[in-house]
Every structure is written in structure tokens, then in C-alpha cells.
Design a binder for this molecule. Structure first.
Ligand code: KIV
Ligand code: NA
Length: 276
């Protein structure tokens, strides 16, 4: 099968087929998610919290994003790989934005980039799209603005904020985004935006009317427990099985039962090796 393209995502919106997106930060997980059939792998700057252990996404650098995007791109055969532009890689100027966006495609093998914000980043999005780089927008709760927003909370609750969100979505579409992530917005706001624009909306904490959904993979697998937003559904609880496997390994190494003949080279045929 050919790789998922922006054209394919648009057709999915038109035909009502839901789009699936998951975050991914490494090669072996990329192979798994790709084989499972997810449409889009987002190398999110959530990397900073989930993988690197920072307490927000703000410290994440271009170097870190490129490093992980390369790993994901090597593992993804069919899924579209989207690189998330980190804080300060696109805010300063259109020139910096285009140069950094380009690095995700040229140096890291992504097919598109994502960046956060509405009207304030319209010039940057226009410039990146004009350079031939597909851009995914991101509205609602934009975690790179955590300090301005005063925390991580639902956005677009008041009338003015809803109106602003809708206008921002229209502006992003005008300058050529191929999709928009809606994060933490009320169900009816996400629905209004989804119906108003002709590019797919991909929701996280944005209700069922979006054209697609995205989750942080470690959240949905139950592997990350620093934060558990209400919008996460746990499809597995891998923490316990992983812990149990590690404890079994520890116990068998300590007891001398691992490694055994099957895991060793040149195991003596008569006498088992006396380790202790
Ligand atoms: O960084 C990320 O994981 C994201 C998604 C939550 C959309 O931006
Ligand atoms: Na992000």
C-alpha cells in the first residue's frame, strides 16, 4: 500500500472515514503502529514530557525533534509522519520557520510539520506552505502557550473564544493547512469548526465530531502516569505487565536460572555449568 498523503486525508473527511493519529517517538514503536494501520504518526513535542521527562514541552529543541523524527521515519512505511515544530523554532520569523520546517523533511524524513497557534502564526504557515511543505495546524489548548494560558484547561468555552477559534481555523485553511488538530475544546465548538472547514480536524479532548482522533501512545497504552487527562482512554495497561516481566528477569538472574542452555553458546553437555 502506498503511503497516506494529504490528499487521502482530505478524501477521508469527504467520505466520512475517520482518521487515526497517534504520537510516536522511536523506531520499534513506529514499526508496530505502522503495521497496526494507523494513518498518521505524529512525532509530537510531547516527546519532552513523555520520553525526556521535562515538565512541559517548552525545553524541547529542534535537535531533539529531528533525532526522534528520523527514528520514526525509518520505521513508518505507510503512515504519514508529521514532525511537531518545537517552541521557538517558528515564532521568531517566517525565515526561521521555513528553514526549520524544511529540516523535518530534508534531514529527518517527515512528510509534513505541525505547529501551534492561530492568527499570530498565519504568516509563518503561509511561508512554509509556499515552500512546498505541508502544514498541520493546532488550535484550542496549545501547550507551548501554557504560561500565557495559565495552565492546561479546556479552551473555547466563552462566546468570544469560540468565535476566535472558528476565525483562526478559517485563517489557517486560507493559508493552506491540510488538517487542524483541535485540543481540549467543547464538543459543539469542535463540531462547528469541523463543519465550517474543508480540511480534516483531528481531535484530542475535542469530542466525537472531529474528522479524526489523536492520542499520546504512552497514555493510551497505560505507560505514562505523570498526567492522566480526562480525554485519554486506556486501551491497555502495560505498566503492570512490563513491571512483572522485569521482576521475573531480576528474580531469574539472581537465582541463576537465566540464562539457561537455550540462551547460551557451548553449554557443556554432561555437567551443567556451576555458576556459583
Ligand atoms: O505533542 C503532541 O503530542 C501533540 C498532540 C497531543 C496533538 O501535539
Ligand atoms: Na505538540
Amino acid at each position: 500500500m502506498a503511503r497516506i498523503t494529504t490528499t487521502k486525508l482530505k478524501k477521508m473527511k469527504e467520505s466520512g472515514e475517520k482518521i487515526t493519529m497517534l504520537t510516536c517517538y522511536d523506531y520499534s514503536t513506529a514499526v508496530l503502529l505502522d503495521e497496526a494501520g494507523v494513518d498518521v504518526l505524529l512525532v509530537g513535542d510531547s516527546l519532552g514530557m513523555v520520553i525526556l521527562g521535562y515538565d512541559s514541552t517548552l525545553p524541547v529543541t529542534m535537535a531533539e525533534m529531528l533525532h526522534h523524527t528520523r527514528a520514526v521515519a525509518r520505521g513508518a512505511k505507510q503512515a504519514m509522519v508529521v514532525g511537531d515544530m518545537p517552541f521557538m523554532s517558528y515564532q521568531v520569523s517566517c525565515e526561521e520557520a521555513v528553514r526549520n520546517a524544511g529540516r523535518f523533511l530534508q534531514e529527518a524524513g517527515a512528510q509534513a510539520v505541525k505547529l501551534e497557534g492561530g492568527r499570530e502564526v498565519v504568516p509563518q504557515i503561509r511561508a512554509i506552505v509556499q515552500a512546498g511543505i505541508p502544514v498541520m495546524g493546532h488550535l484550542g489548548l496549545t501547550p507551548q502557550h501554557v504560561h500565557r494560558l495559565g495552565g492546561y484547561s479546556v479552551q473555547g468555552k466563552e462566546d468570544a473564544a469560540r468565535q476566535q477559534l472558528l476565525e483562526d481555523a478559517r485563517l489557517l485553511v486560507e493559508v493552506g493547512v491540510f488538517a487542524i488538530v483541535l485540543e481540549c475544546v467543547p464538543v459543539d465548538v469542535a463540531r462547528m469548526v469541523t463543519e465550517a472547514v474543508d480540511v480534516p480536524t483531528i481531535g484530542i479532548g475535542a469530542g466525537p465530531y472531529c474528522d479524526g482522533q489523536v492520542l499520546v501512545t504512552q497514555d493510551m497504552l497505560g505507560l505514562y502516569r505523570d498526567l492522566t487527562p480526562r480525554f485519554v482512554r486506556r486501551y491497555a495497561s502495560l505498566q503492570q505487565p512490563v513491571k512483572e516481566a522485569v521482576q521475573a528477569y531480576i528474580q531469574e538472574v539472581k537465582a541463576g536460572s537465566f540464562p539457561g542452555p537455550a540462551e547460551s553458546f557451548g553449554w557443556p553437555e554432561k555437567e551443567p555449568l556451576k555458576v556459583y
